[in-house]
Write a protein that binds this ligand. Structure first.
Ligand code: PLP
Ligand code: COI
Length: 340
């Protein structure tokens, strides 16, 4: 496939091989310089730590084509920092944050033809990741690692684009207190696969997880943080040590306060108060802000007053402002846009 074969406006969220990816190797206590390569396949030992004990973590960010034709990334320094946090928790060597950002830029530049045209709703998704690559059979960290970044053009994460989603509270847990919910470890996603397949089979778009200690508070979904809007237009997001600190959510809270003049609050959100909110959205790099029309909790069906047809007005304003900043239509706060 080449960029010319793509129907950009109808692209889903899937993998398409692009031209170049970045690869660096860690051995004998240090990272090599890394390089851009063409081969998308990886050969490794059958006993590699990642294959046996899931020693791997990853990131996700996007490159956009702006209104004036520039190619930009959104806050890659925060992905570099979060990956460093993930690596420390997973006993993996940190890939230096400045080199992470340089490698992101190099991958985007090398795949510039794959950055979707402005106005199509598509973007170039970048997936940095690291894994323990040498053979390990006793339970211990690897001593050799590979860091890679590939790029793939994507459209909306949820089918149907911006049509409100129906999600359900999940009977399974995502993250334990003092576990790995706050980092982007592959294992968090492996254990969500059973629940997501079951949710889809039961007709739901996603699972929203509750805190595993008490099952009374809203946490997040399998791949996004949650935002709520109150009747008096305050933007509320759950506070928890066991959810991923979403860069999109942190940015949206700042957009709500500084661009839209809204009150914002990060606090614990009880499941039994969700019916008091008027709008709900899922936010993340892949999800952007996807509106939630309904949350099903057993027999209790909570339908937000924004309804099942379109985004609520406040979520819409947040969406328009954030995507406006990313696409160069609205001036960005200092340091948010990284021009390639
Ligand atoms: N929560 C989870 C579990 C995720 O996988 C993601 C995706 O990265 C997010 C939240 C959103 O984070 P971000 O906005 O940094 O992409
Ligand atoms: C992202 O938003 O970048 C993620 O990693 C979420 C994943 C579910 C695709």
């Amino acid at each position: 496939m080449t960029p010319k074969d793509i129907d950009w406006s109808n692209l889903g969220f899937g993998y398409i091989k692009t031209d170049k990816r970045f690869v660096a190797n860690y051995k004998d206590g240090k990272w090599d310089d890394g390089a851009l390569i063409e081969d998308e396949n990886i050969t490794m030992n059958e006993c590699a730590c990642v294959l046996q004990y899931a020693q791997t973590c990853f990131e996700g960010l996007k490159a956009y084509r702006t209104e004036n034709g520039d190619v930009v990334c959104f806050r890659p320094d925060l992905n570099a920092k979060r990956m460093a946090d993930s690596c420390e928790r997973m006993k993996m060597p940190v890939f230096p944050e400045d080199k992470f950002v340089e490698a992101v830029k190099a991958v985007v530049k090398a795949n510039a033809d794959w950055v979707p045209p402005y106005g199509t709703g598509a973007s170039l998704y970048l997936r940095p990741y690291m894994f323990g690559s040498n053979a390990v059979i006793g339970v211990k960290p690897a001593t050799e690692f590979q860091f890679r970044i590939f790029a793939t053009p994507v459209g909306p994460y949820f089918k149907g684009g911006v049509k409100p989603l129906t999600i359900r509270t999940c009977d399974f847990d995502r993250a334990a207190p003092k576990g790995t919910g706050h980092i982007k470890a592959g294992l968090n996603y492996a254990m969500s696969l059973y629940a997501i397949v079951d949710a889809h089979e039961c007709g739901y778009d996603e699972n929203v997880y509750l805190d595993s200690a008490t099952r009374t508070y809203i946490e997040e979904t399998g791949g996004a943080n949650v935002l709520f809007v109150t009747k008096d237009n305050k933007v509320v997001t759950p506070k928890s040590d066991t959810i991923l600190p979403s860069i999109t959510r942190r940015s949206l809270m700042q957009v709500a306060a500084d661009y839209l003049g809204l009150e914002t609050e990060q606090r614990k959100v009880r499941l039994d108060e969700v019916s008091d909110f008027v709008e709900c959205g899922l936010c993340g790099t892949a999800a952007v802000i996807s509106p939630v029309g309904r949350i099903v909790d057993g027999d209790n069906v909570i339908t937000f007053s924004s309804g099942m047809e379109k985004m609520g007005p406040t979520i819409q304003k947040l969406y328009d402002t954030l995507t406006g900043i990313q696409m160069g239509r609205i001036p960005a706060p200092e340091g948010w846009i990284c021009k390639i």
